[in-house]
Design a protein around this ligand. Structure first.
Ligand SMILES: CC(C)(COP(=O)(O)OP(=O)(O)OC[C@H]1O[C@@H](n2cnc3c(N)ncnc32)[C@H](O)[C@@H]1OP(=O)(O)O)[C@@H](O)C(=O)NCCC(=O)NCCS
Length: 359
């Protein structure tokens, strides 16, 4: 019998790469273009109002049978190709989403299997529009901490599933798509410190209208009594509306405009650079007016390219930053290897920002 008391053994710490960086990005935009004119067939609005208040001209909606795993896989392929690695080299897959249609299991293991990744850690992150920046932060720490070598981070949403087409306050804003990034070891620092946080007191500013347990209880009541349940008491017109998003537009707008510019500023400072060093500003594509207000508050140099992907993509929550990044690189609006400030913010409320070196 050993005389060494239990609990005195020294654990080996994991050892990671010195630096992590973004090695590849990719995007997938569903085929179907939904114009403002089409939106105006569902709600009392106008193309001019939607353009002026949000900057959105059109958005993409996924096909009825197109899932977030389908879209994520489409975005992952070009990201892996740009990174110059194959799927089997991935040791972790992170999916940032709020529109996976199952409470469990997560979408990430399905995506990993779809891509042919074997035995990788795979999990979802639920931080809404801040989900992708949360994923980048986790992936960077995993590579540097030694718990993964190459990590795939996908922001993907099918918000059309949870958009109430009758809701004049939100039907025009949300859209579908996927964007992906591959994070791996690099010779120089490629991902600056993340500035992140949350404010759960404002959780009601954007949320599912009625919680699942309440929806299930009301549906059971209808099935057993044969009479319509009191959906109004739960805060919805009917079962369909109950599972959709409700948004206090002005509350979110004010929070984003006033609270997010200081977060972005802190991310610039944490990275040890100044705004003049940036090659691009890639904020969450929530609303073009929020982006414009942030540019002003951050006093960004006038010649910095700014992501304006929302015009033709809409607000795709977790997918919006990688989709905008993919477009800016593809259209050569920013140089490969340039420095980009990215910031995600939304439901939770939750936010995360970091400066990254583009692949
Ligand atoms: C949703 C949003 C575009 C609404 O814009 P807004 O300027 O706040 O609009 P308001 O709700 O104050 O309404 C202003 C006017 O437009 C009208 N209006 C509201 N929705 C409308 C619509 N879809 N079409 C036309 N007019 C509309 C209102 O009736 C009101 O008219 P009034 O001035 O005659 O009373 C805006 O609040 C927003 O973008 N918020 C942030 C949302 C966001 O980013 N969400 C995602 C976060 S991740």
């Amino acid at each position: 019998m050993s005389t060494v008391p239990k609990g005195t053994g020294t654990l080996q710490p994991s050892v990671g790469a010195r630096y992590a960086g973004m090695l590849g990005v990719g995007g997938y935009r569903p085929e179907r273009v939904v114009t403002n004119e089409e939106v105006c067939t569902w709600i009392d609005s106008s193309d001019a109002w939607i353009r002026e208040r949000t900057g959105i001209i059109s958005r993409r909606w996924a096909g009825e049978h197109e899932t977030i795993v389908d879209m994520a896989a489409q975005a992952a392929a070009p990201a892996l190709q740009m990174a110059g690695i194959t799927a089997d080299q991935l040791s972790a897959v992170i999916v940032a989403t709020v529109t996976h249609t199952m409470q469990t299991p997560a979408a990430a293991p399905m995506l990993a299997t779809r891509l042919g990744v074997k035995d990788a850690a795979a999990f979802d992150v639920s931080a809404a529009c801040a989900g992708y920046c949360h994923g980048i932060s986790l992936a960077s720490d995993m590579v540097r901490g030694g718990s993964a070598e190459y990590v795939l981070v996908v922001g993907v949403e099918k918000l059309s599933d949870i958009t109430d087409k009758r809701d004049r306050g939100s039907a025009f804003i949300f859209a579908d798509g996927a964007g992906a990034a591959v994070i791996g070891p690099t010779d120089t620092p490629g991902i600056g410190p993340t500035v992140w946080g949350s404010d759960g007191e404002k959780w009601e500013a954007i949320s599912q209208r009625v919680p699942w347990d309440r929806i299930v209880a009301l549906q059971l009541e209808e099935a057993t009594t044969g009479k319509p349940a009191d959906w109004a008491a739960a805060g919805a017109i009917d079962a369909t509306e109950a599972s959709t998003l409700k948004m206090a537009g002005q509350t979110v707008f004010r929070w984003a405009v006033w609270s997010m510019a200081p977060v972005a500023q802190r991310a610039i400072e944490a990275a040890g650079i100044t705004a003049a060093d940036l090659d691009a500003f890639i904020p969450h594509q929530a609303n073009m007016r929020i982006t414009d207000a942030m540019i002003k508050q951050l006093k960004l140099p006038a010649d910095i390219p700014v992501a304006r992907d929302i015009a033709e993509t809409g607000n795709t929550s977790a997918a919006s930053i990688p989709l905008a990044t993919e477009r800016m690189l593809r259209e050569q609006e920013v140089p490969r290897g340039g420095l980009a400030l990215q910031i995600g913010f939304g439901a939770g409320l939750a936010y995360a920002a970091q400066v990254v070196r583009l692949p």
